[in-house]
Design a protein around this ligand. Structure first.
Ligand SMILES: Nc1ncnc2c1ncn2[C@@H]1O[C@H](COP(=O)(O)OP(=O)(O)OP(=O)(O)O)[C@@H](O)[C@H]1O
Length: 228
């Protein structure tokens, strides 16, 4: 599903974000990526959806050879992924329904299928009642639930999340994490960067710790392991 072999990422300013990372993430896994600020966690995530290219090494995501693929193929890689960010990134001028439907419109799904599927994912995140609301009228937790609905509406194989609870209070963070857990139990792989220690410690999922661009720990049913 995700296979990194000896992957190094050096930014154009010479900054070494990842050095010689090798890791395998299987279908259906739930993986937390943890580590201090500047360790390379976001870079790890950005390589997966080809926001950044590896400087060297081999990276395969959902069958796509990320370093070698043609730019015209990138949308196909990204369709196999759902991406959730800390700052939600919803379209302010579209309703909840339209934000989620938009992800299906761009792949030219039939209108009736869009309607059925959008309501199904809004049910899953508990937001059907807010389908006509605009993002500005939603709480942070609700906005993140819309972003999750949008990320999963096209049935991705992998959901990637970069600090999805970073802007949310602990109770809301728990609600969001329960949704990710449910999506994972339905078979979707989850790769999540987080600084949320209590959450990682409670969930007991696989934990990959990155420090100074290297994997320093890879633990099944792991813990957060830092004091920040
Ligand atoms: N676009 C960029 N250009 C140059 N250097 C970068 C760029 N993005 C990240 N870096 C550097 O690469 C290293 C890893 O950064 P990255 O953002 O991946 O860390 P992180 O673990 O996600 O940190 P945080 O927890 O603070 O988000 C850092 O030294 C950072 O300064």
């Amino acid at each position: 599903m995700i296979q990194m072999t000896d992957v190094t990422k050096i930014y154009s300013n010479g900054s070494v974000a990842l050095s010689n990372i090798s890791v395998h993430i299987d279908k259906g896994e739930f993986v937390f990526i943890v580590g201090p600020s500047g360790a390379g966690k976001s870079t790890f995530i950005k390589l997966l959806f080809r926001e950044e290219l590896p400087t060297s090494g081999h990276l395969v995501v959902n069958g796509w050879n990320v370093g070698q693929m043609r730019p015209s193929e990138v949308p196909y890689l990204r369709r196999s992924l759902g991406i959730v960010f800390q700052d939600f990134r919803l379209l302010p001028n579209k309703t909840v329904y339209e934000n989620v439907a938009f992800a299906m419109e761009v792949i030219e799904a039939p209108r009736r299928e869009i309607q059925k599927r959008v309501y199904a994912v809004l049910d899953l995140v508990g937001l059907r009642a807010k389908a006509r609301a605009y993002p500005a009228h939603l709480s942070g937790g609700e906005q993140q639930r819309v972003a999750i609905a949008r990320a999963i509406v096209n049935n991705p194989l992998v959901v990637i999340a970069d600090e999805p609870t970073g802007n949310l209070d602990p109770d809301t963070s728990w609600e969001i994490m329960k949704i990710f857990d449910r999506i994972n139990k339905d078979g979707t792989t989850i790769v999540m960067v987080t600084h949320d220690q209590p959450m990682v410690d409670a969930m007991r999922k696989r934990v990959i710790a990155i420090e100074k661009g290297r994997i320093v720990r890879d633990q099944a049913r792991g813990v957060y392991g830092y004091e920040d």
